[in-house]
Write a protein that binds this ligand. Structure first.
Ligand code: SF4
Length: 356
């Protein structure tokens, strides 16, 4: 048995979870159901759902023939309902192909809806004691630290390395306990943010600990490079310090908020003013706006870079009557309107023109 498995099992005997409802009895059906429920959901939340579910649908054939509404009602509150639908579809497949029970075979298990390789490993090892590794998020984290595996574990290359490590560490006995030990160890001791290395049974051969790199591993998911969009915003101020605001359309980003008139960087601002603010435009007065420093704003799917053009000292109410889409707003009234944060920052910041 690997030194890792030996120490982990000794830790599990003292600190692990031994009284979970799916451990008594540990049938393939109960292990499978618990594994699916535990995806995205914590143990303490799952327990009452699990107990209600197996009380109503105690085995694969019962699940296979239950009305789908009943299955979804038993799942109600756990979320991610595709899990429940897959569960029932897999149960029906088991009735058709495997005599109403789960197959004791890795390939046949992963062929069922909703069962990936790690879930299949958990079922095989816990239900039958077979030597099959698991590699859920907890195990990936622990192995990436213990073996100082570089790279985000979500990439196929890193995942492959972790699978081969998981495979090499498997003990020849106590597979059910070993699988549970790995889950408990990752959930309670080698946690994502606060691993308790000083109490860890495998710290002496944990590469991340020995090298002082626990905070760095596993390598985080690379941040997405977001596309950037550039727009021009028009900041027009009259002699009383009022600014011209435009209401955003009812859909899209900043829907219905008050913002600065916004146009594509290629659009001609004077022409835009002629079109949208009749009478506002005096070609002489409007030819030479000051360019202010750009403002950046991040949305979840792109970055917006605003290039403000600034005109000051316009005649009060020059050219635009308040309407639903455009309005002169006194500085003191800005606080009463819904204005996007970067626009508010821009309105309140000192106006410093860029040098040409
Ligand atoms: S020493 Fe720390 S980082 Fe390494 S396995 Fe133990 S708890 Fe995790």
């Amino acid at each position: 048995m690997s030194e890792y498995a030996k120490r982990l099992l000794a830790w599990f005997d003292v600190h692990g979870r031994h009284d979970l409802p799916w451990q008594h009895p540990r049938t393939p059906y109960r292990v499978w159901l618990s594994e699916i429920m535990l995806q995205q959901t914590q143990v303490r939340v799952v327990i009452p759902y699990f107990e209600r579910f197996v009380a109503a649908l105690p085995d694969v054939p019962a699940l296979a023939k239950a009305p789908q509404d009943d299955v979804l009602a038993l799942w109600s509150g756990l979320g991610y309902y595709a899990r429940a639908r897959n569960l029932q579809a897999a149960a029906q497949r088991c009735v058709d192909l495997h005599d109403g029970d789960l197959p004791r075979d890795l390939d046949a298990l992963v062929a069922l809806p909703g069962i990936g390789r790690s879930t299949a490993g958990a079922i095989l090892s816990q239900a039958w004691g077979d030597r099959a590794p698991i590699l859920d998020g907890n195990v990936k984290r622990v192995l990436a630290r213990r073996h100082a595996v570089e790279g985000w574990p979500g990439t196929p290359k890193v995942e492959k390395t972790l699978w081969s490590i998981a495979d090499a560490l498997l003990p020849h006995t106590r597979m059910a306990d070993y699988t549970q030990a790995q889950m408990d160890f990752g959930a309670t001791l080698c946690t994502r943010h606060n691993p308790v290395c000083l109490l860890c049974p495998v710290s002496t051969d944990c590469a991340a600990f020995v090298q002082g790199r626990v905070d760095e591993l596993p390598t985080p998911r690379p941040s997405k490079v977001l596309p950037e969009r550039e727009v021009t915003v028009l900041l027009l101020e009259d002699r009383d310090g009022r600014v011209l605001l435009q209401r955003r359309p009812p859909t899209g980003v900043w829907a219905q908020l008050w913002s600065l008139p916004q146009l594509d960087v290629d659009d001609d601002p004077v022409r835009w003013l002629q079109g949208h603010a009749a009478g506002l435009v005096d070609p002489v007065e409007f030819d030479t706006p000051a360019r202010l420093a750009p403002v950046q704003h991040g949305f979840s799917h792109y970055r917006l870079r605003l290039h403000p053009l600034h005109w000051a000292g316009l005649a009060p109410h020059h050219g635009v009557r308040d309407n639903d889409a455009l309005r002169w707003v006194a500085r003191d009234d800005l606080a009463t309107l819904g204005i996007p944060a970067p626009i508010r920052t821009l309105l309140l910041a000192p106006r410093i023109a860029l040098e040409d």
